[in-house]
Each structure stands twice: as C-alpha cells, then as structure tokens.
Write a protein that binds this ligand. Structure first.
Ligand SMILES: Cc1ncc(COP(=O)(O)O)c(C=O)c1O
Length: 419
C-alpha cells in the first residue's frame, strides 16, 4: 500500500490517504457501522474493474467486454446466496440506502405508507425521515422502543399497524443493541397485508455467522450494507424470494442506478468468500462477546446502557443519568481527542437534539478485526469511562492525553495492516 504512482501524480491525495491510514492504525474505530476490510478486499476494490461499464446483469449486459465482470458478479451472488441462504440476491446496490431505495421502488407507489422505527429510537434516515426521499415520497408513521425496557415495543407496533394500515413495515436498525424478533414483525405485517423489509445493514455479518437470527425466509425483502459487520467491499445488497426477483432487479437497474460499481462488486465477492470461512463465525461470536464485555465494563462504572446491555455488536449509552450535563457530542469530541473514535447518538426519549444528543454509540466490529479480545475490551471500557468522567468534570486535558497515549500503545499491540 505504498501508492507510488499516486504519490507522483497527486501528492496531496497521497498524503491524505497516508494520513487516513495512520489515523486508522493509531485510533480505535468504534463507530458501530465501521469495520476494517482485508488487504484482499482493498485490492479488489482498487482494481481495473473500476473502468468497466456493465449495465445489466451477468449474461445480459448492455455493453460488450463484460465476461470478467460477469465472473465476478456471479461469484458475489453465489457466495451471498450461500452466506445468507436467500433465493435471490442483487449485489449491485451502491450502498445500503440504495438497497432500501430499490425495495421501496419495487414494492411501493408514491404516496404509499411506510411504518418504521423512529430515528431517535434507533431507526435510519432511509426508513422515512423527512430529510430523506422516503419521508417526502411516502406517507410515514413510526413505532418506538418501550421506554421502560429499551426493547422494540412489538405490541405497540402491532397496534399502530392496525390503525395506520401500512403498505410496508420496516425492521432492522442503526442503533438497537438487542436481538430483533423478525417473526413478530412479520406477524404484524401479515395481519395488515403489508410487505416486510428487514434492513440488516449493521448485522449482516452477525446474521451470516448465525449469531443473530436471520430474517431471510421470514421477511419479504432483506437489505444490508456490505462493509459493516460482514467486512466485505463497500456497498449494498438486496435479498428476496424468487417471486420478487425480477421486480428487485429492475428496481436496482435501471430503476435507481446506472452502471454497477464493479470494483466494489469484486470487493463484495472477496469479502463474502472470507466470510464463508469458519474463522468468520468465530470472529462474529467474538464481536458479540466483546460488545457484551464493553457494555458490562461501562455499566460497572455507573454508565447507563439503553436496554441494559447488548446482544449484538454495539452498545448505546444514555449519559443523562450518570452525567446529566455532558452531551454525547462533547463526549465524542473528548474521546476523539483521546484516539477513541465513536459517535454521539440520540437515545430513546431524547431531550437534547440530533446535533447534540444525549448518548454515545460504540461498536466492536473494527476492534475485533484487529484481534481485540475480552481483556482488551475491558481496558477500552475503562479508558472510555475515564474520558467521559473527566470531561463531565470539566477537567479532562491530562486524562485525554494519557488515554490517547495508551490507545496508541494498544493499537501497536493489535496492528491493522502489514506495513
Ligand atoms: C439500518 C441502516 N440501514 C441503512 C444504512 C445505510 O447504509 P449505507 O451507509 O450503506 O447507505 C445504515 C447505515 O448505517 C443503517 O444503519
């Protein structure tokens, strides 16, 4: 990864990439949607396939010269089918959001009704937020998590579905630390004759490894990002039964996209191959074990976790109880200065704003890729708590410095890429 040609042609970009690489090496990537792909995935993504136009699908392209693009896409599709057990897979969506867009385009007409989880309760912009096209093209109603438990309020969802009569119910979340009961949501969808879209963007890897139940075969449509816990090339994916295959393919192309990003499709194929190895299942189990230890450590220090813990790769801390005067944004900034990169996040019953929320969200996929185990995660939890506590006390400069130094040391013990 010395980028010799790039350095000659464009030293400014080469410097930025070198900086980014050092940043990733020397900080803890705990943004729950991030991970570190392998060098093999990086090579596939940085390959000559970026030059190729391959509109259409394998064997039926609009351009000549697609024989290798076809090989790569078929591999990506076959591997995805094996990983998730889906009857049909489209690997062309440019991202998880575009995968969702394809489902809406295939299943709904403008003005149809979406029922989804509120953003503050862990939902996603592409599930009907007013700032997203979904909030402008469709009529949207939202369900919530139970304010007492932090778990999805399945009964409430059922009731809202009966009243609102949606055309699609969206499950799958951005900041929800618990196992999702796909069947209960499917029951609610069937009761009102609605489609069910399960967006497993965050937990694609956990589902593939069997450490989270799968919605494939339960929901009508399953979408995901391919660069989060599944750790493949960057982009999105749609899965469905044969019955919806044509509609989905047409909705992806030409409905919503032009030429597929074939270099990314290659990165997906490579990452999926890696995820089919038994070591990936161990990795996914470790991701969850690490998140549990991180949550326990933070809770032992008196921090309050939404839902009281985690079943997946992330923890969501509500700072209001332990540190009422500290916002998630200020905690994020102080932690970033200490080389711990995570994000301030809204929490259920948010009393601040999305720009200065009351919580922080932390994921373990990236650190687990580096080899962090439970002991290392316990130390990371201690370090996070030290920074949060000192920042709330308004006296954090020394602590940020000390923690930052320790993080660089820790990162050196768990190197990311070969030099
Ligand atoms: C539930 C959910 N859906 C969709 C997305 C969008 O994914 P992408 O960034 O690949 O568009 C995210 C992003 O984190 C997400 O959490």
């Amino acid at each position: 990864m010395d980028h010799e040609n790039l350095r000659t042609v464009d030293p400014a970009v080469a410097d930025a990439l070198a900086g980014e690489r050092t940043r990733q090496e020397e900080t803890l990537a705990m943004i729950a949607s991030e991970n570190h792909v392998s060098e093999a995935v990086l090579e596939a993504q940085g390959s000559v396939l970026t030059n190729k136009y391959a509109e259409g699908y394998p064997g039926a392209r609009y351009y000549a010269g697609c024989e290798y693009a076809d090989e790569v896409e078929v591999l990506a599709v076959e591997r995805a089918m094996e990983l998730w057990g889906a009857e049909h897979v489209n690997v062309q969506p440019h991202s998880g959001t575009q995968a969702n867009q394809a489902v809406y385009f295939a299943a709904l007409d403008p003005g149809d009704k979406i029922l989804s989880l509120e953003l503050n309760h862990g939902g996603h912009l592409s599930h009907g937020h007013p700032a997203n096209f979904t909030g402008q093209v469709y009529e949207v109603e939202q369900y919530q998590v139970d304010p007492e438990t932090g778990y999805i309020d399945y009964e409430g969802l059922h009731e809202i579905a009966e009243e609102f009569d949606p055309d699609i119910i969206v499950s799958g979340y951005s900041a929800y630390p618990r196992t999702v009961d796909w069947e209960r949501i499917q029951d609610a969808a069937e009761a009102v004759d609605a489609y069910h879209l399960a967006d497993i963007a965050h937990i694609t890897g956990l589902v593939a490894a069997g450490v989270h139940p799968s919605p494939v075969g339960v929901a009508d449509f399953v979408t995901g990002s391919t660069h989060k816990t599944i750790r493949a090339g960057r982009g999105g994916i749609v899965m469905c039964d044969e019955e919806h295959a044509d509609d989905i393919d047409k909705a992806v192309f030409p409905g919503g996209q032009g030429g597929p990003l074939m270099h990314n499709v290659a990165g997906k194929a490579v990452g999926f191959k890696e995820a089919l190895e038994p070591e990936f299942d161990e990795y996914a189990r470790q991701v969850v074990d690490n998140a549990r230890v991180l949550g326990d450590t933070l809770a032992d220090h008196g921090l309050s976790l939404v839902s009281g813990g985690t079943d997946n790769h992330l923890v969501l801390v509500d700072l209001r109880e332990s540190h009422p005067d500290l916002s998630g944004g200020d905690a994020e900034d102080a932690l970033a200065a200490a080389n711990v990169v995570l994000n301030g996040n809204t929490v259920p019953g948010e009393t601040r704003s999305p720009f200065d929320p009351s919580g922080i969200r932390a994921g373990t996929a990236g650190l687990t890729t580096r080899g962090f185990d439970e002991d290392a995660m316990r130390e990371v939890g201690d370090l996070i708590h030290r920074v949060v506590d000192a920042t709330a006390a308004g006296d954090h400069e020394d602590v940020v410095y000390e923690v930052g130094e320790r993080v660089v040391e820790l990162c050196g013990e768990y190197p990311l890429y070969e030099r």
